[in-house]
Design a protein around this ligand. Sequence first.
Ligand code: ZN
Length: 69
Amino acid sequence: MEHHIVAEMTEPGGSTLKEWHMVRTGQSMSMCGRDLDMNQSQLPSDAWGTEQARPFCHTCGALFLREVP
Ligand SMILES: [Zn+2]
């Protein structure tokens, strides 16, 4: 399963980052169930755990850990 990281903003179309979520490639919903705007900033899944991908959604982080070998 491929994943990538998508930004959630504090408001739709806003420029203030709320947190990052993990998304399964091909889906438009984060692993924690949020409907995300796929036009927002994205990062490769290997950015997870780095300074670049903070703050990161705790639910997505936990689910991602269970899905990666
Ligand atoms: Zn999430």
